[in-house]
Design a protein around this ligand. Sequence first.
Ligand code: NAD
Length: 493
Amino acid sequence: MRSIQHWIDGAPVGGSTAAPLHDPATGRPSGEVLLGRRAEVDAAVAAAARAFGTWSEVSLTRRARIMFALRDLLERHEDELARLITAEHGKVLDDARGEVVRGREVVEFACGIPQALKGEYSDHVSSGVDAFSFRQPLGVCAGVVPFNFPVMVPLWMHPIAIACGNTFVLKPSERVPSASNLIAELYAEAGLPEGVYNVLHGDRETADALITHPGVAAVSFVGSTPVARHVHEAAGAAGKRVQALGGAKNHAVVLPDADLDLAADQITAAAYGSAGQRCMAVSVAVAVGPAADPLIERLADRARAITVGPGTDPASDMGPVISAAARDRVTGHVTAAERAGAKVVVDGRDLPGPGFFVGPCLLDGASTDMAAYREEIFGPVLLVLRAATLDEAIDLINANPYGNGTAIFTASGAAARRFQRAVHVGMIGVNVPIPVPMAFYSFGGWKASLFGDTHVHGPEGVRFYTRAKAVTSRWPTPTTPADTSLMAFPTSN
Ligand code: NAD
C-alpha cells in the first residue's frame, strides 16, 4: 500500500498515524497519508527555523536563480504533476495541467524577486542625512491549503515566501497529498538547501499545532470560510501575521445586450469545470430582464452535452467530486431546493457509482432564502436567479456574505464600468467568467472570502512575507558642524 510520508529537512520522514486515501473515480482506497502529530510538527518547524539562518543570508540573485531552475523543472514535470492531481482529486487531466501552468506562473513572478524587493532611497533628507527603506523576511512561514488545487494554491504561497528569504512548512490537504512531495524533490533538484521547504502532512489537529506553533512567524491559509475564520482568530491570537482565504458564492450577471451564446459557453465552463470544485466557480447566474429564458435554454443545452467520467479518460469533460460525503452534500442541496420550489432543469443526481460522480445540475426559480443559495455547494450545481435591472443584480451580490469573484456579460462598457465599481467583491470579470488574476497581480476576495488584509501572490504576497525597515543615516566628516540642539526632537535642516 502506497504511504505518503512527510518531507522534513530534505528527506522523507515517517510517522505513526495515518489516514486512508481514495481514488474519487473508483471510490476505492488508493493508499494512505501520514498525519503529523506534535513530534513531526516540532521537527518540521525546527528544520525550517535552522534553515532560515542560512537561507535568509543567501543573495537575492542566487534565490532568483533557484526559482528559474524550479520553473523549468515544473515545466518538465507538468504531466507527472497533472497525473498525481487527477489520481487524488479526480479532475480531468487538461484541467490538472492548467492548474500546474497557473501555479508555475507564480514561480515566474518569483524569478523577478530582485525587482519586487527593491527598496526606496531619499538622498539628503536633512543636512548630511539620507533615508532609505528595505524589506526583510519574517522567518518560518506556514501554509495550510485545500484539496481543490493540490499544486496551484500551495504555489501561490511558498515560491514567494522562499524567494523573499523565508523558510516554509506546508500542510497540504490530507485528501491530495502527493504532488507537494514531488515539488519537494523538484526544489531539491533546483538547488534549494535542505529545510527551506518542508511538507508536513496531516489533518485539522496537525494544522492547529502548526498555525499556533511558537516557531512560526506567519500563516497563509486557503480553504472553507468557517475554517478560514478559525485560522485567522487562532493564528492571530498566537501572535502570527495571518492571511486566511475562505469560500465563495460567485455570481455571473448576464445583461440582455450580452452575446448569450458566449455567456452560456463561458458560464457553463465556469460552473461545471472541475465539477464545480473551484473557489472561483460560478454557482449563480443572474439573468437580467429578458435575458433569462433564452439564457436558461442555452445553459441547459450545454449542461446536457457535458460528458462525466474518470479524469484520466480524454473523453471526459468533468470528473467526480472529491468524496462520497461531498457527492451526498451536493445532491442533498439540489433535492432540498427542489422541495422548496426550485425547478431542476438539468438533473445530475442519479449517476452510477462506484466513483463519486454527480452530473451537472441546473436549477431555475431558486430564491435567496434557499440553503442552495445561502451556502457554498462546491459541486456542479448552477442556480439561475432573475433580476429586473442591473442595480437589482448588484444589490443581490452585495447582500451575499461572500465576495470572492463575480462576472458580468454585456456589450455595454458603461454597464461593465458601473458594475466593476459598485460590487463588493475582490475579483471581477468582464465577459470573463473566472477572473483569476495573473501572478503579477494579487489574488483575494472580500468579506467572508478573506480574513486579513493582504491578498496572496503578486505584490501583496511580497508584502505579506516581508517586513519593512526604515533607516535614517548620517556619516559625519571632520567638517560636519556640531549639532547644537541635541535634546530637541529631531527635525530636518
Ligand atoms: P477545508 O476548509 O475543509 O480544509 C482546508 C485545509 O484546512 C485542509 O488542509 C484541512 O486539513 C485544514 N482544516 C480543516 N478543518 C480544519 C480545522 N478545523 N482547523 C484547522 N485546519 C483545518 O477546505 P477544503 O474542503 O479542503 O477546500 C474547499 C474550500 O476551500 C472551499 O470552501 C473553497 O471555496 C475554498 N477555497 C478557497 C480559495 C480562495 O482562494 N478563496 C481557493 C481554493 C479553495
